[in-house]
Write a protein that binds this ligand. Structure first.
Ligand code: FES
Ligand code: FES
Length: 173
């Protein structure tokens, strides 16, 4: 095996070398199979926004510091600006567009409205995706909510209302 092949080997599986030009990537998003032609260097955020026209996840910093781009991969929250789309092939991606069911807003979306938990709304999709996952992780204490949401920045400083919305969903559960 060549040095290059060894570098591509993980746990006995030889990974297929792809790129650097566009490659076909199967991307299941919100329960629908998609296929995009992208270079392997394309982030999940850009694949969603620019190739699938799913613009709910927002590009704030594009370097992993603001949380505006938060989506779920296999049910876990990730920063889609720091995640390669090609690494999500065959995994279930969920975005804010996939949260409502049968036209009914998710309870967390309703709580953000009820608690007036946004102003400009730019950070809100990321806040909501993070908040739902946070409660599902079992981090339900007031301090855990505060700490667990600290990676989602809000330039409008709606933090008290955001935390109130998360607590209200927790209290209804
Ligand atoms: S855009 Fe991804 S963390 Fe800011
Ligand atoms: S509501 Fe404006 S950035 Fe959060």
């Amino acid at each position: 095996m060549s040095a290059d092949d060894q570098a591509l080997t993980r746990r006995g599986t030889v990974l297929e070398e792809r790129g650097p030009g566009p490659v076909r990537v199967a991307l299941p998003v919100n329960g629908t199979e998609h296929a995009v032609e992208i270079e392997p260097r394309v982030s999940l955020l850009d694949a969603l926004r620019e190739h699938l026209q799913l613009t709910g996840a927002k590009k704030g910093c594009d370097q992993g510091t603001c949380g505006a781009c938060t989506v779920w991969v296999d049910g876990r929250r990730v920063l889609s600006c720091l995640t390669l789309a090609v690494a999500c092939e065959g995994r279930e991606v969920t975005t804010i567009e996939g949260l409502a069911e049968d036209g009914a807003l998710h309870g967390m979306q309703q709580a953000f409205i009820a608690e007036d938990a946004f102003q400009c709304g730019y950070c809100t999709p990321g806040q909501i995706m993070s908040a739902v996952a946070l409660l599902e992780e079992g981090r339900t204490g007031d301090e855990e909510i505060k700490e667990g949401m600290s990676g989602n920045l809000c330039r409008c400083a709606a933090y008290p209302n955001i935390r109130a919305a998360v607590r209200s969903v927790r209290d209804r559960a």
